[in-house]
Write a protein that binds this ligand. Structure first.
Ligand SMILES: Nc1nc2c(ncn2[C@@H]2O[C@@H]3COP(=O)(O)O[C@H]4[C@@H](O)[C@H](n5cnc6c(=O)[nH]c(N)nc65)O[C@@H]4COP(=O)(O)O[C@H]3[C@H]2O)c(=O)[nH]1
Length: 738
């Protein structure tokens, strides 16, 4: 019998092409008839040919071997007793050579032994001679049918094996972990992926309960999925679960962590043989997709979306979330909470001058110090740049806020040491309280910020509670700040020049450079509309540099044009003066155009000079040593004592226009008189600012103040007009001089 199955290809993806096609019988079955007796041979040939079989005859054993060697037959009818080569030998040859060709022995030996021998020798059937033609034909038909069925069975089996091998290959090379469980939840199959995923071998897991590999915190959820009894669309899909890696794995590095996040899809398995009504549950199978990397990426994205990457503190989004949560809680428990907005004073100057690395370190140190001042449940966030926010979720009174802010201000007033620099920093804090000041998240944050700007405007390093009415300037301020940052690059600034005139000769002694901004939408803006914002945001430092360079370039142009050498006064802002390379930037502007230092006068307000007395004295001393002049602007408004002022290398006093414009008031008259006298006594040049009328002029002249600036002579004019004024042969305002 032909039981042996055809071998299956080892490579399931490249099966042998012949094996995958169904071999079928030819249209006419081919039959070989072997007998040494010609008459019998011919008789059988006729009989079979009449049935439309394709018959070949072999007269004896040797001829039979030749015929078998030439072609494949579907049935061989074989006589046993042949003189040249016995039927038994032919049978053996057939068995060796073409194993699946059935042989029907047709023999005159009618003993049972002969039949048994033939069948043992591999014959498919045995027919005695003389045969009944119908009987012989029936046997041939039966043999052919049996052979066809066997071949078909073999083919099906072969395909099944193939298919199973393919599926095994697919399951084992799947990037997903695939398993089956029995009814008790024990693994009956796990694919190869389990090894690279969790560090377990198949043997480790087979027979183990699924809970062996489930993260403790996910056991409840896992129980639901791993005990899935539903099948089809209703079964559990994409359930996220953490699987534990083998703690004793051989190559832990491959695992990248102790747990793997997977998405699990599971289905109940039922006994296929049972009837539809009484299906027997036999376990479940599932597919677990490794989503660890995706989870990690999601966590990173989530972290980045909610945290400030420099300090690791919550960012605005997370701060808003916390605030929303705490507001709801506070509402429920009728409690009060506070939102603080904190901004470091002069941080931008430090960042610009010492560099971003030191700026970053400073922010880290500030974050750590702020944290020390807060309690566990408080939220500290960095909203951007040097802006922090604090949420104090439970408060008894505004006094609590004051106390915490006092602590913050005090802690931040201690110097911070970064890479060999001793940095002094202070903080301005704005606060608002919910529900008193409102209960809307964004409004509360904005109100605290508005109050913080107010705190800055009031002199920094202080706390300011939000008050109704603080709103308006804020949004405009934000817009101006954004536009200002672009204005320099877009060349939107221009300098105007207001002459300072010697009233005796009428000659122009100098000009004050006054900044103007051609705003693309708002048009011409005066300094009052943007200098405070520029100052606050630090943009004034590069802008101030530009003013110095532009003013110096104008001076150089006048010199080249052969115009009289006059003085040019430039306003200096607080941030500029505080900037560590202030002295160098002034020198650079002067030196680039080879100007005489005497031609440049820096206007610094009285109050600014007094703010950081010692440091300013050093800087201005250095500038004065190279000839640069110093003017005290808005003199009279700062109430500073002459004793201190005398420590600075001052050349000019500019009497503030507020005194001049109300000169008719008795008290102003005496103050201005005293200031002019003091200035002259100290041998200083005294300039009255904001002179508008003939009477003011006359009054000032009487006081021996002979240099004036104001609308009486001229409003600030363009560089072109200033050049024209200088070029007049009268050199200014001789006709107007009184
Ligand atoms: N009512 C009246 N006003 C007169 C008269 N004469 C002059 N003024 C105005 O008085 C201001 C004098 O400048 P300031 O006291 O230095 O005050 C300046 C100065 O503190 C600041 N500023 C202007 N340019 C710059 C700059 O380049 N850098 C810095 N940091 N500040 C600047 O802006 C302030 C305002 O500048 P401006 O609007 O140009 O206003 C100028 C000028 O136009 C007058 O007779 N009557």
């Amino acid at each position: 019998m032909h039981k042996e199955n055809a071998p299956v290809s080892d490579d399931p993806l490249h099966p042998h092409p012949q094996r995958s096609t169904v071999s079928s019988f030819p249209a006419r079955p081919r039959i070989l008839v072997v007998d040494d007796e010609i008459l019998i041979l011919e008789g059988m040939r006729r009989l079979l040919a009449a049935r439309d079989y394709d018959v070949t005859t072999a007269n004896g054993g040797c001829e039979a071997l030749i015929a078998i060697g030439k072609q494949q037959f579907d049935v061989i009818l074989l006589d046993l007793g042949m003189p040249d080569l016995s039927g038994a030998e032919v049978l053996r040859f057939v068995a060796d050579r073409s194993a699946d060709t059935p042989v029907i022995v047709v023999s005159g030996d009618s003993t049972i032994d002969a039949a048994i021998r033939a069948l043992r020798g591999g014959a498919a059937d045995f027919v005695r001679k003389p045969y009944e033609p119908e009987e012989l034909l029936r046997r041939v038909d039966n043999t052919l049918t049996r052979r066809r069925l066997e071949r078909e069975n073999n083919h099906i089996l072969q395909r099944l094996q193939q298919s199973e091998k393919w599926h095994r290959f697919l399951v084992n090379s799947s990037p997903d972990f695939i398993y089956t469980l029995d009814c008790d939840g024990r693994f009956t199959f796990v694919n190869d992926r389990v090894e690279s995923l969790l560090g377990y071998t198949r043997e480790d897991l087979l027979g183990q309960h699924y809970s062996t590999i489930i993260h403790e915190e996910d056991l409840a959820r896992a129980e639901h999925v791993f005990n899935e009894r539903r099948a089809g669309d209703r079964s559990a899909r994409n359930i996220e679960i953490r699987l534990k890696c083998n703690p004793g794995m051989r190559r832990p590095r491959l695992m990248n962590g102790r747990c793997k996040a997977v998405e699990l899809t599971a289905t109940g398995m039922y006994d296929e043989d049972a009837t539809l009504f009484e299906r027997r549950f036999i376990g479940s199978y599932g597919v677990a997709k490794d989503v660890t990397e995706r989870k990690q990426a999601e966590e990173t994205v989530h972290y980045q979306a909610y945290h400030d990457l420099l300090t690791g503190l919550p960012n605005r989004a997370l701060f808003r979330d916390h605030l929303a949560l705490m507001l709801a809680q506070a509402k429920r428990s009728h409690k009060t909470l506070a939102v603080l907005s904190l901004d470091l004073d002069h941080f931008k100057v430090i960042n610009d001058s010492l560099g971003h690395t030191i700026g970053d370190e400073l922010l880290l140190a500030v974050g750590a110090r702020l944290r020390q001042c807060l309690r566990e449940g408080d939220t500290l966030a960095r909203l951007g740049g040097d802006e922090f926010a604090v949420l104090l979720p439970t408060l008894l009174s505004r006094g609590d806020v004051e106390q915490i802010c006092r602590k913050i201000i005090q802690v931040l007033s201690r110097p911070v040491y970064v890479k060999g620099h001793e940095i002094y920093i202070s903080v301005s804090i704005g606060a608002c309280v919910a529900p008193d000041d409102g209960e809307m998240i964004d409004s509360l944050i904005r109100q605290a910020e508005i109050a913080m700007y107010q705190a800055k405007a009031q002199g920094r390093s202080r706390l300011q509670f939000w008050e109704a009415g603080m709103q308006a300037p804020y949004s405009e301020r934000m817009q101006i700040e954004a536009d200002l940052r672009r204005a320099l690059a877009r060349n939107e600034f221009v300098l105007f020049y207001q002459p300072q005139v010697d009233t005796v000769s009428g000659e122009v002694r100098g000009f004050e450079a006054l900044l103007r901004w051609w705003h693309p939408q708002r048009g011409f803006l005066s300094p009052a509309e943007f200098i405070p914002v520029a100052e606050e945001s630090g943009v004034i430092v590069p802008i101030g540099d530009w003013v110095l360079r532009e003013a110096s370039a104008q001076m150089a142009e006048w010199r080249r044009a052969g115009l009289p050498q006059v003085r040019l006064s430039v306003n200096i802002s607080a941030r500029q003066l505080e900037s560590p390379d202030f002295v160098e930037s002034v020198m650079r502007a002067v030196q680039v155009h080879a100007l005489d230092g005497q031609q440049i006068e820096l206007e610094i307000t009285e109050s600014l000079l007094m703010r950081d007395f010692e440091a300013n004295a050093i800087k201005l001393g250095r500038l004065s040593a190279s000839g640069i002049r110093l003017a005290i602007d808005d003199f009279g408004t700062g109430y500073s004592s002459f004793k201190y002022l005398s420590r600075f290398p001052i050349h000019t006093l500019k009497i503030d226009q507020s005194f001049i414009q109300e000169l008719e008031r008795e008290e102003n008259l005496s103050i201005v008189n005293a200031m002019v006298a003091m200035g002259r006594g100290m041998n200083l040049n005294v300039v009255a600012e904001g002179v508008e009328t003939q009477s003011q002029l006359a009054c000032l002249q009487q006081m021996q103040c002979h240099e004036m600036q104001g609308h009486y002579y001229s409003v600030p004019m363009s560089g072109h007009d200033a050049t024209a004024l200088l070029g007049r042969h009268t050199r200014g305002f001789v006709e107007a001089a009184g």
